[in-house]
Design a protein around this ligand. Structure first.
Ligand code: HEM
Length: 113
């Protein structure tokens, strides 16, 4: 029913899911560190938050939001694949997940700058 081009798109989707999941997990310690500052060191938190006004940090944050959206929408596609009746439109759904992520990430970036 399908040529290799069909499977390739979904292979990329699965790689994107794995890489985004791992990147989000790697980000967690930094996130917890910042939450820790909010509890223990208000002055240091202020310095850190001022640093996050840097445009490069905004770009990195938009990338992080993009990774989270990719993982969220891609994960919803995988859950649907697992629990709902089979649909042959997996490539379309993966493309929709990627488009929604670009939309969310750009929306975040434009509202942050
Ligand atoms: C936002 C809602 C989320 C949804 C709907 C979701 C969904 C999923 C699903 C369905 C899988 C299994 C993929 C498969 O069977 O191939 C998965 C894997 C994974 N998720 Fe999430 N996830 C979410 C949030 C997160 C977050 C916040 C993190 C990290 C902090 C994360 C890290 C991972 C990792 C590391 C894997 C394993 C990837 C792999 O080995 O291929 N996920 N996620």
């Amino acid at each position: 029913m399908s040529g290799s081009h069909r499977r390739d798109g979904l292979r990329i989707a699965s790689m994107v899911h794995r890489i985004s999941g791992l990147a989000l997990a790697l980000f967690l310690p930094l996130h917890f560190y910042t939450l820790g500052l909010a509890l223990n060191d208000a002055a240091e938190l202020d310095t850190f938050l001022r640093w996050t006004d840097n445009p490069l940090v905004k770009i990195a944050e938009a990338g992080l939001v993009g990774l989270l959206s990719l993982h969220l929408f891609g994960g919803l596609r995988l859950l649907a694949l697992e629990f709902l009746p089979w649909s042959p439109r997996q490539k379309l759904y993966a493309a929709l997940a990627a488009s929604a992520s670009v939309f969310v990430s750009l929306g975040f970036f434009l509202s942050a700058v």
